[in-house]
Design a protein around this ligand. Structure first.
Ligand SMILES: [Zn+2]
Length: 468
C-alpha cells in the first residue's frame, strides 16, 4: 500500500509542468502562529513577493514525510496539489514546554515559501497528530493578482557574496549564511568564520561527496554591538537579527523570534537553507527543520555544533541524546512513533524503519551497556548544571566537555555492537522507550566526526529532493 502511494506521489510530481503553474518568482506567506499546549491558531499577516524561485522546478511535491507541519499549495481550478513541503517551527517546540502546558499563550511569526502561482491557489496547512498522520489546521485562498500582495523591493543595503557556487539555483541546494552580533569592524572575522564553518560542514559525509550539489553564499549583516543577548546573565545586546541564548529557558539554545527581519534580509539571495553564525564565545546553537540553524562561532566545539544543528535544520534529524536537560515536557508523545528518520519508538520491531541498513543477525532492540554510560556521565551532568547556574566561563565549560569525551568514548567503544546499525535504547531526550540507530553519532554526542549510517541516508534523501 505504501509502495503504491509513493508511486502515485512520484507520478503526480512528474505531471506538474512548472511554467504552466508558476511565474518563476517566489511568494512568502507570512502568518502568526498563536496558542497554548491545547489550542493553536493561525492569523494571516501578508503575502510577500521575493526574488526568483531558487528551489527545484521538477521536484515540487515533498514525499519525504518529514516534519511536524506540512503545507500544500493547491491550484484552485484543477484542484491539483502543485507544491508541498514539510517543516518544523519554534511554535511546534514551544507548545511542548511547561510554559505552554501551564496554559500560557505564545505567539511566533512564521513563513511558508513557494513558487509564485499564475492563478488563484489554496494554501493548506497541516499538523502531525500523535498517530503520525496529518490533520488540517488552516486554509487560505490566495489570488496572485490581488493588490494586497506586498511587492515592494527587498532591502539592498546588505552585500551578498559567494563562498562557492556550482550552478543554477534551481538545480542546486542554495545555502545562505547570515551573521548576527558582528559589528562593521568585524567584517573580516565574519568572512573567516563563514569559511571555517562551511568547510567543517563539507568535511562530513554525505555533504563531502555531494558538495557539487550545493551553492553557498553569505550576506554581510552588521550589528550595532558585538555579540548577542544572554538574558540569563542579564546581558542584553542590540543585534541585527535578534538572536539570543536561553530559548525556552535552555542556556545553550540560541534562536531568534524575529522571523520577518531574517526573511527580509535572506530573501534577496537565492536560498533553500539558512545558517546563522553567532559572534559569541559562549557555547550554543539551535536548528529547526526547514527554518534555520545557528552556531556560536568562538567556542571550541563550533565546528561540531555547525554540523549537528544543520542536521536538524536541513534533514529533519532528531536528537539521539537523552542525557542533557531540555525544556520539552513530552517531545514525542508516549505510544507514538517519532517522524524523525533517526529515532524510533520501536512499536513494531519487525518493521524497523531503517531495517534496510541493519545487518542480518543483529538483535533488535540491540543490547548496549547503558548503565555504564550513564554512570560515566552523571557527575559531569551535575557539574555542568552547577556551572550554568554559576555562570562559568567558556574555557572551564570546554574543559568539562573534553573530560566527558575522554571518559565516555572508551565506555561506548567497549560495546559489542559499537559501529553497527541496530536499535539502541535512549534517544530523543528519553532514556527509555525511544531508540537510535547506532551507539554513537553526531546527533548523539560530540565524540564522533561522522553521522551514523541512518542519518547519512536521511541527509542524502533530502539532498536528492532538491537536486534530482
Ligand atoms: Zn544518527
Amino acid at each position: 500500500m505504501r509502495f503504491l502511494l509513493t508511486l502515485i506521489l512520484i507520478s503526480s510530481a512528474w505531471a506538474i509542468d512548472f511554467d504552466s503553474y508558476f511565474t518563476g518568482q517566489t511568494f512568502r506567506f507570512d502568518y502568526c502562529h498563536n496558542g497554548t499546549a491545547d489550542e493553536e491558531h493561525i492569523s494571516f499577516d501578508q503575502v510577500r513577493s521575493e526574488g526568483s524561485w531558487p528551489g527545484s522546478r521538477t521536484q515540487l511535491i515533498d514525499d519525504t514525510d518529514l516534519g511536524k507541519y506540512y503545507f500544500e499549495v493547491i491550484d484552485l481550478t484543477s484542484t491539483e496539489i502543485i507544491y508541498s513541503r514539510g517543516f518544523c517551527s519554534i511554535y511546534g517546540e514551544w507548545e511542548t514546554t511547561g510554559d505552554a502546558l501551564a496554559g500560557n499563550w505564545g505567539t511566533f511569526h512564521e513563513s511558508l515559501r513557494f513558487p509564485e502561482p499564475r492563478a488563484e491557489v489554496i494554501v493548506r496547512l497541516y499538523k502531525r497528530r500523535d498517530d503520525g498522520k496529518f490533520r488540517e489546521i488552516y486554509t487560505c485562498r490566495i489570488d496572485p493578482q490581488a493588490y494586497t500582495i506586498n511587492r515592494s523591493a527587498l532591502k539592498t543595503e546588505h552585500k551578498i557574496w559567494n563562498l562557492f557556487t556550482n550552478g543554477d539555483p534551481k538545480d542546486k541546494i542554495d545555502i545562505v549564511i547570515l551573521g548576527d552580533g558582528y559589528t562593521r569592524k568585524e567584517k573580516r572575522k565574519f568572512h573567516a568564520d563563514t569559511k571555517r564553518l562551511a568547510s567543517a560542514l563539507f568535511d562530513v559525509e554525505p555533504f563531502h561527496s555531494r558538495q557539487s550539489d550545493f551553492n553557498v553564499r553569505a550576506i554581510d549583516i552588521f550589528s550595532p554591538e558585538s555579540g548577542i543577548s544572554n538574558p540569563r546573565a542579564k546581558a542584553w545586546k542590540q543585534s541585527a537579527l535578534g538572536l539570543k541564548y536561553n530559548t525556552f529557558n535552555s542556556d545553550r539554545y540560541v534562536l531568534t523570534y524575529d522571523n520577518k527581519t531574517v526573511r527580509e534580509i535572506a530573501g534577496r539571495a537565492p536560498y533553500d537553507a539558512l545558517i546563522i553564525l553567532v559572534n559569541s564565545a559562549k557555547y550554543g546553537g539551535g536548528g529547526i527543520f526547514n527554518l534555520y540553524s545557528t552556531v556560536a562561532v568562538d567556542t571550541e566545539p563550533a565546528e561540531y555544533i555547525m554540523v549537528h544543528e544543520f542536521g536538524h535544520s536541513f534533514a529533519g534529524l532528531g536528537d539521539e541524546y537523552y542525557t542533557s536537560n531540555v525544556a520539552y515536557e513530552e517531545f514525542t508523545p508516549s505510544g507514538s512513533e517519532p517522524w524523525e528518520p533517526n529515532n524510533t519508538a520501536l512499536l513494531n520491531p519487525e518493521h524497523l524503519k531503517w531495517a534496510e541498513l541493519v545487518v542480518e543477525g543483529t538483535p533488535i532492540p540491540t543490547p548496549w551497556d547503558q548503565a555504564a554510560y550513564d554512570s560515566a556521565r552523571v557527575n559531569y551532568q551535575n557539574k555542568r548544571t552547577q556551572m550554568i547556574a554559576s555562570g562559568s566561563n567558556a574555557d572551564s565549560m570546554n574543559a568539562l566537555f573534553d573530560a566527558v569525551k575522554r571518559t565516555t568514548v572508551p565506555v561506548l567503544e567497549a560495546n559489542q555492537y559499537y559501529g553497527i546499525v541496530g536499535a539502541f535504547e535512549g534517544a530523543g531526550y528519553q532514556a527509555q522507550r525511544l531508540y537510535r540507530p547506532e551507539i554513537d553519532c553526531i546527533m548523539f554526542s560530540r565524540n564522533p566526526d561522522h553521522f551514523c549510517r541512518v542519518c547519512q541516508a536521511a541527509i542524502t534523501r533530502v539532498i536528492d529532493l532538491y537536486t534530482k
